[in-house]
Each structure stands twice: as structure tokens, then as C-alpha cells.
Design a binder for this molecule. Structure first.
Ligand code: URA
Length: 240
């Protein structure tokens, strides 16, 4: 692939901006500054250096973010900063087939929810993961205001009716961690589902953390507010 196309595909700006970066000597490969945008490179295992920062080539982007509280999962946030502000610019400027939208969060977490968020620029992957037919279990650690008794756990497992929805929603699993903390596994992703399920059993969510999607756990070494690329193994874990 031509160097200018490589930079464009990775989100380093418009084609013109990528050419300008190359011409001013900002781009090197294997320690050698490259000043011509039309030189071809194999992208297999390629790592670019742009203004001294290393950038491994990814044909498509798949990442996990450890979402902190106080961030909205929206490109146009209303009241809080956007999770996209936690990502480097190239991830937000990656061109997709139809536009330059960058990566998108798969499913939204509330502003005050923390933990595992997956983002990608692969339209098919996003569609598949977000589809209501795709029942990937999501594990939440829920801290409730009041003690969660056995009756509440049984009700969550048997199915509870949410305020605006006649169909009961069922927890796939519900495990007590302490008097006020449970691990709740859901296969659907209805709006505010965990909070509404806890409300349906007369309780209230005080803190909510997503720890796992499918078999993929939030990386314990990833600090809050930080992201990392997903490996092929991570991707396989999602559906494991
Ligand atoms: N359920 C909620 O209520 N909020 C979230 O952020 C995720 C699931």
C-alpha cells in the first residue's frame, strides 16, 4: 500500500494532510524518515512512527476502553465529556466505507457506569454485536443501595417486568458477592436495564461496573480511562 494511503487509512487526516505530514519528514518506518507518499510498503506487521509516536498498522480497529464514570458514550454528549475524548485522534478520524467516523462504541454505558466498553470501526462487527438477536452475555457488578435478599435474586432470575415493557426480562445469572453487591449477567441490552431491574425489585443502583462481555474480561492491567487494541485471541473470547 502507498505510504500516503497507509496514513489515511489509520486516521492521520485527509489525504492532503497525510501527504503534508510525509513531506515535512514527520513519518518514519524502521527508523528511516520517508518523504515520499507514493512508496509502497507491506502493511503486514508494519509500525509507523508519526512525529515520534509509534502506531502499529491495523486494517480494522477493535479496542477495549476502561470507561471511567463521568463520560457519555456519545459523539455529541449533552452534559458530560465524551468517551471519544479518551482516544487518540487517529482512532476518531479513521475513514470507514461511507465516511470518516472513526471507531464507534458497541452499546452504550450510562454516564455513571464504569468498565468494559468495546469500540470498532468494522461496520459488520458493530452490527452483529449490537443486534438484538446476538445474545452475548454481559456481566455487571452491581452495588445496590439496600441489601439484596434471596427473594430479589430469585425474582431477577425468574424475570421482572420493567416500568414501560410488558415482557419480563430475565437475568441469565445472579450471584451474591456481599449483602449489597451482586454479579448480574444479562443477554439483552435494554435502556438502563440493570437500573430498571433493580428498581423492579424495590432497590436502587448505587454503582455499576461492566466486567465482562462474552468470555472477554476487562483487562485488570488497564487503568480507568485507558484503552488498548484487542488481540485476535480477545476477539475470539467475546463469543467463547
Ligand atoms: N444497565 C444500566 O442500567 N446502565 C448501563 O450503563 C448498562 C446497563
Amino acid at each position: 500500500m502507498k505510504l500516503r494511503q497507509i496514513l489515511y487509512s489509520q486516521g492521520f487526516g485527509t489525504r492532503r494532510e497525510c501527504t503534508a505530514l510525509i513531506e515535512r519528514g514527520a513519518v518514519s518506518i524502521n527508523g528511516e524518515v520517508q518523504r515520499r507518499g507514493d512508496i509502497e510498503f507491506s502493511v503486514d506487521g508494519l509500525t509507523l512512527s508519526v512525529d515520534g509516536a509509534l502506531w502499529p498498522f491495523h486494517a480494522q480497529a477493535y479496542l477495549m476502553l476502561n470507561k471511567p464514570a463521568g463520560f457519555e458514550c456519545s459523539h455529541k454528549p449533552r452534559d458530560w465529556p465524551s468517551v471519544y475524548e479518551l482516544l487518540p485522534m487517529p482512532l476518531c478520524l479513521r475513514p470507514t466505507k461511507s465516511s470518516v467516523d472513526g471507531v464507534q462504541a458497541i452499546g452504550r454505558l450510562d454516564q455513571d457506569t464504569t468498565g468494559l466498553l468495546i469500540l470498532s470501526d468494522d461496520g459488520q462487527f458493530i452490527h452483529r454485536m449490537a443486534s438484538p438477536k446476538h445474545h452475548v452475555p454481559k456481566l455487571y457488578v452491581v452495588t445496590a443501595k439496600h441489601a439484596i435478599d434471596d427473594a430479589a435474586i430469585s425474582a431477577l432470575l425468574a424475570g421482572v417486568v420493567l416500568n414501560d415493557d410488558p415482557e419480563p426480562v430475565i437475568a441469565m445469572a445472579c450471584v451474591r458477592v456481599s449483602e449489597t453487591v451482586i454479579k448480574l449477567t444479562l443477554t439483552e441490552g435494554k435502556y438502563h436495564q440493570v437500573k430498571r431491574m433493580l428498581a423492579a425489585v424495590g432497590n436502587r443502583v448505587e454503582a455499576l461496573h461492566r466486567a465482562q462481555i462474552g468470555g472477554l474480561k476487562l483487562d485488570a492491567n488497564l487503568p480507568e480511562g485507558r484503552w488498548r487494541w484487542l488481540t485476535a485471541d480477545d476477539l475470539a473470547q467475546i463469543n467463547a
